[in-house]
Ligand binder design. Sequence first.
Ligand code: F3S
Length: 645
Amino acid sequence: MRVRIARSAGFCFGVRRAMDKMEQLLKTEGPLYTLGPIIHNPQVVASLAERGAGLISRPEDAPEGATVVIRAHGVGREVMEILGSRGAKAEDATCPFVSRIHEMADQAASEGTPVIVIGDKQHPEVQGILGWTRGLGRAMETEADILPPLPERALVVAQTTIPPERFERMCVSLTDAGVQVEKRSTICPATSQRQAESVEIARESDVMLVIGGRNSSNTRKLYELCREVCERTYLIEHAGELKGIEITPQDDIGITAGASTPDGTFKEVVARMNDIEKQVEIQESDFMAEVEATLVQLRPGQTVTGTVVQITEDEVCVNVGYKADGLVKKTDLVNQDVNIGDEIEVEVVKVNDGEGNVLLSQRNIVNRKVWDAIIAAHEAGTFVKGIGKESVKGGLIANVEGIRAFIPASLLSLRYVEKIDEFVGQEMDLKIIEIDKSKKRVVASRKAVLQAEEDEKKKAAWTTLEEGTVVKGIVRRLTNFGAFVDIGGVDGLVHVTDLSWKRVGHPSEVVSVNQEIDVKILKLDQERDRISLSYKATQPKPWDIAGEKYVAGTIVTGKVVRIVPYGAFVELEPGLDGMVHISQCALTRIEKVEDAVKVGDEIRVKILSVDTEAKRISLSIREALTDETSIEADAADLAEESFDL
Ligand code: F3S
């Protein structure tokens, strides 16, 4: 024997809510009445009466001062007014989905728009909706009701329990009849879901038990649908009726219940099945296990997947397979774009919110997941993405997946940050460095990420570096002792003495910040993170080319840089000095070199000889003067001769 129980069996969300309200009021209020039977179940109504809940069928019958419960079907505005005028207190247990239709009807009517309700004309729910249409409402059951006079346009709503096809068909017929239809599908899927699930179970069962009141139209409909696919379908109102049903050990059994079947009746049937179970030699434990397995158990904090069964302005109703449906406040939804039939993951906040509903939240799950991810990232030292939100005293607040993280100003960058505002709106990778979930405190560092990136770059750069090679670099910083050059992720130092072949006072005499230069790697010391570079090594040595550049007999300009007793040293170019012997300093004999030149003078000198090996260049001021004077004289003579001619 296999037993399958429909998860959607029994009270729907609205009826359970009304029943729970009733139970509560029975404890606190009195005298208590219901306006019409609270559900279509005589046993339940009788039991409520025994416990002090009277039944009235008209609002005019409400005794003064009594509390009157409005059932899930809802009532019209007038009924509420009559109750008020009689001094009765109305406790409204109208299903929120029906209340929503009342609001729609009231709104449309207040704007002068007629309202058509598709449904069973005499049904209390339909009558209740019409009661909110300010006299502009009309109920229609079938096409036969589409009779003149018809409005030009109308808001068309549905009784919550009618088949969707009927509603669609009626809307089409109304349009064909010339009505401009503003259609609102207000059908509650609870009934169709229960029917579909029950039929599916009935199809696979040998015996199908439908529990519910025989005067309940939805239970009868359920019975008929199951009967179509399972010949041995039985409608029973209570456990006592199981006696007449023949069940064999080989039979698979399906159980469902109508919308007005209370849990008590349902459990009673299950308990009686134990007797049958003995009769068919089934172990009790097996059977109960089946039942238990079918009913979902919930606890706060549990994550469950459910199906959206109804959506109101502020809430979404979710079927999570529990005996009561769950409610998620729209503010607790992460994605507002949900539709009926969608499967969503939710967290149970409360199994009973005091009104019999399961309180659910989607945001809690996301928050929990985000916190878990942040904690995991903190423990693993991995990075998270954040967006700068606002600058505050001492740092920046970043949004990390909806969680506020504080970044101290000193941890925003590798260098000092002047304007924290510049980070607002900027996406950045962050490392979580401190976390306290209970205080909802997260401290993060962007600097740690940048540092790690630099370290990575450095590591990669070190593997490519080789002593003796020439690489390109960018001058980053100048100091008195040299220039720091970035050679692709790592900085090396060109000492001031390695900047040029000439003597350099300050590096700025040779290079400037951001200048791209070639440098030769002199020495690598990864342990101490030091790289020595040379810029001058990439420049030609002046003495190497001095022989080609300075030919004996030519006259060039130089600068006196040093005077010694036997002559003057003249710089021909940086790093290349020649010497003018005292005897070559003037046209006439002089006592001391200073009689002819002084340090700093720019003078013309003739190259006498160049010895690159010995790094010596002999120069002569006297010969330069003689040569240039005679050239000038020749030129003057030439000019005179031309004049004579
Ligand atoms: Fe029940 Fe309300 Fe739907 S009473 S059937 S949940 S509209």
